[in-house]
Write a protein that binds this ligand. Structure first.
Ligand SMILES: [Zn+2]
Length: 45
């Protein structure tokens, strides 16, 4: 399982099960060349 294939929001419990969902529901951020998944979903931020 890759780093961007799963995410869970610690605030509301929303999950994403593949990279597309992670990108849509959480967002993938490029931080100086390092890709980072946002830990909280878009609604909770
Ligand atoms: Zn959330």
């Amino acid at each position: 399982m890759g780093k961007f294939d799963y995410a869970k929001c610690p605030n509301c419990g929303k999950v994403a099960h593949n990279r597309q969902e992670v990108d849509e529901r959480f967002g993938i951020r490029n931080n100086d060349g390092n890709l980072m998944v946002q830990s909280w979903c878009r609604k909770c931020r």
